[in-house]
Design a protein around this ligand. Structure first.
Ligand code: DGY
Length: 326
């Protein structure tokens, strides 16, 4: 049993595979493999451990139906055609929880960076523009007591809510399909309709996964319902917001600012107007970029492979129904 690994992952994951007597081939070049290249590589192995970004679509799955597992080195699984994987009996593993804190920290950092125009002002120094300034120049605003609205309050959202409450005493409102009783009990979070979430939030954070229902969810109509003083933050998937609509909303002063850890498309082009707006902060998808989170992800991804090879259930599985049908 051998594994193909399509990116360089932390050593802890490789050590776990070695200890379990599993051999692997790792793609170490700094480029994404094409679907055909990935198919060719996987044809020589029994599992794929993947930290890449390319789509694992029905074409890929049909060509790789021999795989015992697709082990994602991510919590998100929108790049995988889950239906096709399930149809061919391939379990798909992911790595939730271990990156919740790091991703929440990234959202927190975006909130502060936007509210204080931090990246824009930093760029001014680099351009030699730190000169005379009036006490009324480049003002941001305080987050103290401002309402934090969370679309998709799960583990990551709760981590952010905890931090925002502790640091700035921010009241929390959220919109989920069902109640998050724990967040209501522990954080005083209040479940509201989507429209109320949008119109009442001072900082509105989209934490949902990318699905057909959430694609372009934050669009012109939604931005128009937000407070003109509000900040939109997206640390989840770029496809959840409509980028031209967001640019327009910021240019027209319909909303005050935006913080993105994910863009649409990725990577963002250097001439994107968002990069030169004072009230915008953009990061290159660094949500889980901490040693701690990445070690946790590599460890779960490797353990998922080991479990699949040993005929045990995965630690974290996206399509548990695969076990019922085969
Ligand atoms: C995830 O795990 O889905 C993140 O976006 C990758 O860093």
């Amino acid at each position: 049993m051998t594994v193909f690994i399509d990116r360089m992952i932390p050593q802890i994951g490789l050590d776990l595979l070695n200890e379990a007597g599993i051999t692997y081939e790792q793609h170490v070049d700094r480029r994404e493999l094409s679907t055909q290249e990935l198919i060719d590589r996987c044809s020589k192995h029994n599992a794929l451990l993947t930290a890449g970004w390319g789509p694992l679509n029905s074409e890929f799955i049909a060509a790789c139906k021999h795989l015992k597992i697709i082990s994602l080195h991510s919590v998100g699984y929108d790049r995988v055609d889950i239906k096709a994987a399930t149809k061919w009996g391939i379990p798909v593993g992911n790595t939730p929880d271990v990156l919740s804190e790091a991703t929440a920290d990234t959202a927190f950092l975006l909130m502060l960076a936007v509210s204080r125009k931090a990246l824009y002002l930093h760029k001014k120094i680099i351009k030699g523009e730190w000169g005379f300034s009036q006490p009324i120049d480049d003002l941001g605003f305080s987050l103290q007591g401002k309402t934090l609205g969370i679309f998709g309050l799960g583990n990551i959202g709760c981590e952010l809510a905890k931090k925002a409450k502790a640091a700035f005493n921010m009241p929390i409102i959220y919109h989920n399909r069902s109640h998050n009783k724990e967040a209501e009990r522990n954080l005083g979070a209040k479940r509201v309709s989507f429209d109320d979430l949008v119109s009442q939030s001072d900082v509105l954070v989209a934490f949902s996964s990318l699905t057909p229902e959430t694609k372009n969810k934050f669009n012109r109509d939604v931005f128009r319902k937000m407070k003109p003083s509000a900040i939109f933050i997206n640390p989840s998937r770029g496809g959840v917001h409509n980028e031209p609509d967001l640019i327009e909303a910021l240019q027209q002063g319909i909303i005050w600012g935006a913080g993105l850890d994910v863009t649409n498309p990725e990577p963002m082009q250097a001439d994107n107007p968002l990069l030169n707006m004072p009230n915008v902060a953009v990061f290159p998808h660094i949500g889980s970029n901490t040693v701690e989170a990445r070690n946790g992800m590599a460890s779960i991804a490797a353990k998922n492979v080991i479990a699949a090879f040993q005929g045990r259930p995965l630690l974290h599985i996206v399509n548990p129904e695969v076990y019922e049908q085969h």
